[in-house]
Ligand binder design. Sequence first.
Ligand code: SF4
Length: 138
Amino acid sequence: MTSTESPVAGLTTRPATGTTWRDNALCSQVDPELWFPEKGDNGREARKICGTCEARRQCLEYALTHSVAGIWGGTSDRERQRMRNAKPGQPTLYNAHREVRNATIHQLAALGTLSPAEIAEQAGCTERTVHRVRKEAA
Ligand code: SF4
């Protein structure tokens, strides 16, 4: 089942303290309806804003791993489904994103000063992903 959660709505439920990618969500400053385009509308206005959003990478990661609807990280439901279905190594935005995320995890882990939870927060993923990526590289 697809949720109607949105990055904007999430802003009202995030913790009052602490830093999350949603703190930098540009969509919190604009009409949220833009992120739920009508049929036939490709969400161009929302995508333009996503293109300049600091939280885009983390937002896309979240949307790819959760059941959400609408424009997230500059992508539509259908585009995210194509990314999920891509074969490993196939040149897609999702695979490129995963490579960048994995490299970030390895670099942060190499510092030797951060906990898996801290690495996860900085890399924009879950702690479980940090453990999995590190285990795959071992
Ligand atoms: S990338 Fe787009 S949908 Fe995601 S937080 Fe930024 S503005 Fe919102």
